[in-house]
Design a protein around this ligand. Structure first.
Ligand code: PLP
Length: 367
């Protein structure tokens, strides 16, 4: 028997490098949103992706809000959003006064389905927010083609998939603006934090102004537009740099974790394993499986919880929740939401723990 040590769904890998950077930031006296680490983090992040501009923010949600505002999206506009996602992108569409138009997802890789996007485009459509869910990239070539044909902006929500690739190119480099989150359980963390990435200098400048009270950088306390305080602190950026320095190790670890789950579970019938399409490099933000029904999924969650293994159910489909409630054909997102479960995937999990979790799943499935 194991002791009563809970295996968490996700725990960050924070160590000496992060600590040393934070100490340096504290000793420098620059603990707020000025200081050398901020620009350094932004520059390193941009060059990691191969993008021109990276603008740090206080969260991934703030980054999405800024992206929508910078693109001028507001009342009267529609923005296509996947029905299966963390809520932020849809909430921010509402916050700017636009209407989220929900689109069902692919049964094969769980992201927004290009074929279904086409059916939901109207004269009011302004943008598509693509969410690379649970670490798997969306089908960017088809989405970009649709966007171009219909004159739509593309915002990539990369909060769950930093480092993932579509046909060998990193996600976050396809859209007009891409948004990242550095919440504690994401691929890299700054505690709380986020980033907007773009190749467009005008958009970069707009985001920079909006995140800093709408103030003109060259003319202090001159406010041309209504803005926000969505700034990242030097302390957060100090942690972010240390995290970014080890990103390839973190992603390699994520993929190792997925491989162990895969090898342990692939012989089980009635389970669908986390996909990785031939055109994709998945970073398995949270390694996930699908069971045959909601009942089995819910029972498995309880069984694992009773054995001190923390899990998480897939997101509820947006179309079922009060702020976004709408009728429509969301058969896939509904089914995934009912059958999907996220398993412990933090980079610090032991291999033995993964094997143990899989043995529990096997035992459960025999019953
Ligand atoms: C985590 C997440 C966000 C929000 O990030 P925060 O930094 O927590 O605001 C946005 N979109 C998706 C898909 C996420 O998973």
């Amino acid at each position: 028997m194991r002791g009563r040590r809970v295996i968490p769904v996700a725990n960050p890998d924070i160590g000496e490098e992060e600590l040393l950077n934070v100490i340096e930031a504290v000793k420098s006296g620059w603990i707020s949103s000025k200081g050398k680490f901020i620009k350094e983090f932004e520059n390193k992040f941009a060059s990691y992706l191969g993008a021109k501009y990276a603008i740090s923010t206080s969260s991934g949600t703030a980054a999405l809000h800024l992206a929508l505002l910078a693109l001028g999206i507001g009342p009267g506009d529609e923005v296509l959003v996947p029905d299966l996602t963390f809520v932020s992108p849809a909430s921010m569409v509402k916050v700017v006064g636009a209407k989220p138009v929900l689109v069902d997802v692919s049964p094969d890789y769980w992201c927004i389905d290009p074929l279904k996007i086409k059916k939901k485009i109207s004269k009011r459509s302004k943008a598509i927010i693509v969410v690379h869910i649970y670490g798997h990239p969306a089908k960017m070539d088809e989405i970009l083609e649709i966007a171009e044909t219909h004159g739509l902006y593309v915002i990539e929500d990369c909060a769950e998939a930093l480092g993932a690739e579509f046909k060998g190119r990193k996600i976050g480099t396809f859209g007009h603006i891409s948004c990242f989150s550095f919440y504690a359980n994401k691929i890299i963390t700054t505690g709380e934090g986020g980033m907007c990435v773009t190749n467009d200098s005008e958009l970069a400048e707009k985001i920079e102004i909006l995140k800093n009270h709408g103030m003109r950088p060259q003319k202090r306390y001159w406010h041309e537009v209504i803005g926000f305080n969505y700034r990242m602190t030097n302390l957060q950026a100090a942690i972010g740099i240390a995290q970014l320095n080890k990103i390839s190790r973190l992603i390699t670890r994520k993929r190792e974790i997925a491989k162990i789950y895969h090898e342990e579970l692939e012989s089980l019938p009635n389970i669908v394993l986390h996909p990785e399409m031939s055109w994709a490099k998945c970073v398995y933000w949270l390694y996930s499986i699908l069971l045959d029904s909601r009942k089995t999924r819910d029972r498995l969650a309880i069984y694992l919880k009773n054995h001190y293994v923390e899990t998480r159910n897939f997101f509820y489909p947006l179309h079922e929740m009060p702020p976004f409630k709408i009728e429509g054909d969301f058969a896939i997102s509904k089914s995934l939401s009912e059958r999907g479960i996220n398993l412990p995937s933090g980079p610090k999990i032991d291999d033995d723990d993964i094997v143990y979790i899989c043995s529990l799943i096997k035992r459960f499935m025999k019953k």
